[in-house]
Design a protein around this ligand. Structure first.
Ligand SMILES: C[S@@+](CC[C@H](N)C(=O)[O-])C[C@H]1O[C@@H](n2cnc3c(N)ncnc32)[C@H](O)[C@@H]1O
Length: 225
């Protein structure tokens, strides 16, 4: 198990935290459905338009290198949304067999054309795949959406289907200021804490893959009063 940032080349996004403070509970309830509003509604409700723009290509390259993926290897993206990473992994590593699973029927029904048939609607806590059936399991910014017991179950499932390779990334904060940004911005995370909190939880779940944290940052422009 190693702490390594495979999303180092993911672009930073601008976040208007103040705009999310209005109607927070209403927006949270909508977001938790992981439907059209969450992906393609307003920025206050979620992504504010979840469209493919190629930003996952460098991350896919780093994942292929890290796991030494080759044609014929099987990879599962847990919480794959519309399959952007699934598509880009297959693009940068021709012949690799990448699949995805996500609770959102909306996301799967609106996936990238290249991944039709590769994405399943399902729950990360009950993966419908045999033990050890993937070379690597990836789960990016998804598992924090469960309560603590659900996180443990989902991490064990990830470990079960890909015993020798995993990459898990979840939201975290390192100090009270980052925690406040997190609480103001995040709509769907149910379990959250510091990197140490997560490291302890990964240990408890018996996780042996690699991992890193998403630390939310905001554009200083947006914080001016
Ligand atoms: C923040 S998005 C991350 C999407 C993608 N991995 C990324 O990094 O762009 C969280 C994803 O988790 C999915 N999700 C939420 N609950 C889930 C569950 N119980 N099982 C599987 N996926 C779930 C949501 O539908 C959404 O696509």
């Amino acid at each position: 198990m190693a702490e390594i940032n495979l999303l180092a080349r993911y672009p930073k996004s601008k976040r208007n935290v103040k705009a999310r403070l209005g109607n927070k509970e209403e927006n949270r309830a909508l977001a938790m459905k992981f439907g059209k509003e969450y992906f393609d509604g307003t920025r206050e409700q979620g992504y504010g338009g979840f469209r493919y723009d190629g930003r996952w290509v460098p991350i896919a390259e780093d994942i292929v290198r890290h796991f030494d993926l080759k044609a014929g290897d099987r990879v599962l993206d847990i919480g794959c949304a519309k399959g952007f990473l699934v598509k880009d992994l297959m693009r940068v590593c021709p012949g690799v067999e990448v699949f995805g699973i996500d609770i959102s029927e909306y996301a799967v029904m609106n996936c990238e054309p290249e991944v039709v048939g590769r994405l399943h609607v399902g729950d990360a806590r009950h993966l419908p795949f045999p033990d050890g059936s993937f070379k690597a399991a990836l789960s990016i910014n998804t598992i924090h959406n469960f309560d603590r017991a659900g996180c443990i179950t989902a991490i064990k499932e990830m470990q079960r289907i890909a015993r020798n390779g995993g990459y898990l990334q979840v939201d975290a904060y390192r100090n009270p200021a980052e925690e406040q940004i997190f609480l103001d911005w995040v709509l769907t995370a149910q379990t959250h804490g510091t990197p140490q909190f997560w490291a302890d939880l990964l240990n408890e779940a018996g996780y042996r893959g690699d991992y890193f944290w998403t630390i939310l940052e905001i554009d200083p422009e947006w914080t001016q009063t």
